[in-house]
Design a protein around this ligand. Structure first.
Ligand SMILES: [Fe+2]
Ligand SMILES: [Fe+2]
Length: 147
């Protein structure tokens, strides 16, 4: 997925994973990533102000909270229906949460250099995870009557 694709294009590239609620959450995650990217683009031209750091703090907290909640809901549904790919999903989710905790250190340390690499990692991770790993549960959940 090209990083310079427009935000709208990126959202359109997300696959339908078969469960409406999860599709909505994926779009919301993409919109947070887009907001993060706008911030990174703005900060590439100027030093962050106190106001920018407040925005980064708030946005990062929002991303972390929403990601954690989304993972919890997906995992709950997988366990409830005995999804065979649960273990690999769980591992990917846990690894990403660890990554967020690492990045939290940079945010707290006011190290602005984390932003652009984190931004591209966030997009890359989201697209791969949603379109490949989550997409793999689509037929399974549909067969359980969920949509
Ligand atoms: Fe997901
Ligand atoms: Fe997932």
């Amino acid at each position: 997925m090209p990083l310079n694709a427009s935000i709208r294009d990126k959202e359109c590239l997300l696959k339908n994973v078969g469960v409406m609620e999860f599709n909505k959450q994926h779009l919301r995650l993409a919109s947070y990533a887009a907001e993060f990217q706008e911030l990174v683009d703005k900060l590439s031209a100027q030093e962050p102000t106190l106001q920018d750091w407040k925005h980064i703090d708030a946005l990062f907290a929002r991303i972390s909270r929403f990601v954690t909640e989304h993972f919890r809901l997906e995992e709950e549904m997988m366990l409830q229906h005995g999804y065979p790919g649960y273990e690999s999903q769980k591992k990917q989710h846990d690894d990403f949460v660890k990554k967020l905790i690492d990045v939290q250190g940079d945010v707290r340390g006011r190290n602005i250099h984390f932003t652009s690499s984190f931004c591209s990692e966030l997009w890359t991770w989201l697209f791969h995870h949603i379109n490949v790993i989550d997409f793999a549960y689509r037929d399974f959940f549909i067969s359980k009557g969920l949509n």
